[in-house]
Write a protein that binds this ligand. Structure first.
Ligand code: C2E
Ligand code: MG
Ligand code: MG
Length: 572
């Protein structure tokens, strides 16, 4: 319990520090930086990793401070445990920045001060350096505590500079609350203020630590989005944030016992896609916002029509995906897996399909990423797991030779739900042999949080359920890293097999993977086998099982039942 409390407190501290508009630093007794928050990284234009471990002296601008500034600081800390003043520091781009600094010695635990904490805020240049009086911190909106327009532009400039160097994108989103004036006029200014404060809080929740939010006008807010390139790419990511903002604003808000609806128009631009300077993307974001407002409440608009369309298609897909299970639109297909020793079917991988009424089948490659981003993968994954286990029980009841059924798990399911508990419950419910269930997981899903993954996978393994590593070779983990996980099977990704008959490099890699997997007592399954040539090679390399169009694509359950009844084998 105590450790849960401590964990919670640590987490709280992290959140407070991450959200703080003030720069915060923890320095050890040698003057080496041990911790910094995002605000300080922004102020100095450095990445976290570039600050941690470095000595603070490196960041002090010798030309901008009195010569004895460090001595005075050390004296203050040594004798009084405290120093405050104004310090000229060097940003990464070589420019000077003047910050108001307050330092404290962290109270010693065992008789010796080991850490110092510092809070740094932007400061207008002043003459005197040591200065016991604190000025109000500039750059902040007094009502909401968010950054104001000046600070926002400053941060945007820094983000753009960094993005230009790294060749990545930055997004900005302008928001204008719908009908704010009406609320202000009808419910009074203090209610208007409360609404703004609440909106500020909600927007802050939508952001990742490197992003920031500002109040840039009476009822206008701006979001700065960095790191837009990971995952689905900048347009999709901006769309996802727009979606989150939309949802969080829409939560009920009570003012004076009255429920008020909050909504906003949003205009979105991306650097460098929509302009190559801060001025240009700010201008275009305002244009996009104006367009969105014209279209009516609650709408958003990218600066370019094409981007708006891309994002809209994605939302549309997400909306249709919501409720697809209830509408009975999900199907589970099974792709047979064949034992290369005797050509018999010994397993099948369950692969989900989506068939909206009156439309063609939609491939999981198109909707699983959307399901993952929106969290819909949790109910969909549960449905898949239950359907597959129910099918396993049905095949057993038909008296067919037992086969193993593989089910794919997504990283999101790992994070959001008690997977081991779910698996256990379903196995009990359908009374199936746990060794006939095989859960497929990709490297990337477990590498995100190794400790947690090991724990969950061990619990699942203890149930007797098999675990497979899927798409092996596409991630960056090595087999030796994977040794700590209880995998029984390794599935070689299809990309290695495609050209294996003409690419001796691929053959060598596959050969090495198989040898290593065998030394760990793992069974090796090759995916995507399409030709007899590939089959011959994989057989010679001592691969254990195959799955691919050469034998069969994924088929509905009843077709697999027929194959099992007829005892179809690889060699026909
Ligand atoms: P995966 O788990 O690697 O599944 C294998 C994919 O390769 C399947 O595509 C399968 O139809 C395809 N395939 C099999 N043999 C061949 C072949 O000989 N040639 C070619 N060109 N392709 C072959 P599918 O069904 O489109 O699934 C794509 C991915 O979607 C899966 O890759 C898996 O990552 C994901 N997925 C599918 N069903 C689920 C599910 O229920 N849950 C989750 N989380 N992901 C799923
Ligand atoms: Mg798979
Ligand atoms: Mg695979």
């Amino acid at each position: 319990m105590a450790s849960a409390d401590a964990q919670f407190n640590n987490r709280l501290l992290e959140i407070i520090l991450a959200d703080s508009a003030e720069g915060v630093v923890v320095v050890d007794w040698r003057g080496n930086v041990r911790q910094v928050n995002q605000a300080l990284c922004f102020q100095l234009g450095h990445h976290r990793q570039e600050l941690i471990g470095r000595n603070v002296r490196r960041f002090i601008d010798r030309t901008a401070n009195p010569e004895d500034i460090l001595d005075r600081m050390v004296d203050g800390l040594w004798f009084g445990g405290f120093w405050q003043g104004v310090l000229g520091l060097l940003r990464k781009d070589g420019q000077g920045v003047t910050l108001r600094v307050r330092c404290n010695a962290v109270l010693p635990e065992q008789g010796r001060v080991r850490f110092y904490s510092g809070q740094l805020t932007r400061s207008l240049p002043v003459d005197s350096h040591d200065d016991p009086e604190s000025h109000p911190s500039s750059g902040l909106d007094p009502l909401t505590g968010l950054a104001n327009l000046v600070l926002f532009e400053d941060r945007l400039q820094q983000a753009v500079t960094q993005a230009r160097r790294k060749g990545v994108s930055v997004g900005i989103m302008f928001l204008d609350l719908d009908r704010f004036k009406l609320i202000n006029d009808s419910l009074g200014h203090s209610m208007g203020d409360r609404m703004l404060i609440e909106v500020a809080k909600r927007l802050s929740k939508c952001l990742r630590t490197s992003d920031s939010v500002a109040r840039v006008g009476a009822d206008e807010f701006a979001l700065l989005l960095t790191d837009m390139d990971d995952g689905a790419g900048p347009v999709r990511n901006a769309g996802v944030v727009a979606r989150k903002v939309y949802e969080i604003l829409h939560l009920p808000l009570e003012l004076q016992g009255q429920e008020v609806e909050v909504s906003a128009a949003m205009g979105i631009t991306l650097f460098p896609q929509d302009g190559d300077s801060v001025g240009e993307i700010m201008k275009h974001a305002a244009t996009a916002l104006a367009h969105a407002k014209k279209k009516g409440r609650n709408s958003y608009q990218f600066f370019s029509a094409e981007m708006t369309e891309t994002a809209r298609r994605r939302f549309d897909l997400e909306n249709r995906l919501r409720g697809a299970i209830e509408r009975d639109e999900m199907l589970l297909y099974y792709q047979p897996q064949v034992d290369l020793a005797n050509g018999r079917v010994i397993g099948a991988e369950a692969l989900v399909r989506w068939k909206p009424k009156g439309e063609k089948l939609i491939s999981p490659a198109d909707f699983i990423p959307v399901a993952e981003e929106s969290g819909l993968i949790v109910p969909i994954g549960e449905w898949v797991l239950e359907t597959a286990i129910r099918q396993l029980a049905a095949w057993r009841d038909m008296g067919l030779p037992p086969i193993r059924v593989g089910v794919n798990l997504s990283a999101v399911q790992f994070k959001r739900q008690d997977l081991a508990g779910l698996v256990e419950r379903l196995i009990k419910k359908y009374q199936v042999d746990p060794t006939h269930l095989d859960l497929e997981i990709t490297e990337s899903a477990i590498m995100e949080d190794v400790k947690r993954a090991v724990e969950i996978l061990n619990r699942i393994n203890d149930l007797g359920v098999k675990l497979s590593i899927d798409d092996f070779g596409t991630g960056y983990s090595s087999l030796s890293q994977l040794r700590q996980f209880p995998f029984k099977t390794l599935k070689i990704d299809r990309s290695f097999v495609r050209d294996i008959h003409q690419n001796s490099g691929d053959a060598a890699i596959v050969s090495a993977i198989i040898a290593m997997a065998h030394s760990l007592n793992q069974t090796v399954v090759v995916e995507g086998l399409e030709t007899p040539d590939q089959l011959t090679i994989l057989r010679n390399l001592r691969c254990n099982e195959m799955q691919g169009f050469l034998f069969s694509a994924a088929v509905p359950a009843d077709q697999l039942t027929t194959m099992l009844r007829e005892g179809k084998t690889l060699e026909g």
